[in-house]
Design a protein around this ligand. Structure first.
Ligand SMILES: [Zn+2]
Length: 118
């Protein structure tokens, strides 16, 4: 199998740009919330609580995006060192359809399924 790594590289870079934009947006929205927060009075505890929950959701979204960003960066490194598309665990080539769906995948479908089964 000969992978067109350059095609995956541009997909990963595009996805990377999208993730960076998403993180930026989340950070921007969080800082807007902080401004609102400061203007809240003590008798608005309920609202304060819901802002806190929103913020937690934001943080976990940001965390997800940050994790994705790390996975994308790692995949770009693997393209450079020539190990892209190889399963981290068994060393076999990852199915091309799988890479099409998840270009930053590190495991072949067999190992991934084994993982999910625990
Ligand atoms: Zn494998």
């Amino acid at each position: 199998m000969t992978l067109d790594v350059e095609r995956f590289r541009s997909r990963l870079q595009a996805e990377r740009g999208r993730v960076l934009g998403a993180i930026d947006n989340l950070r921007h929205e969080s800082s807007l919330e902080e401004e609102v927060d400061e203007s809240l009075l003590d008798n608005h505890l309920a609202e304060t609580a819901s802002v806190t929950i929103d913020r937690e959701i934001h943080y976990s979204l940001e965390e997800n995006e940050a994790r994705l960003l790390a996975a994308i960066d790692a995949a770009l490194v693997r393209i450079d060192d020539g190990t892209f598309g190889r399963c981290e665990r068994c060393g076999k080539e990852i199915e091309e359809e799988r890479l099409e769906a998840i270009p930053w995948a590190t495991l072949c479908i067999d190992d991934k399924r084994r993982d999910e089964r625990g």
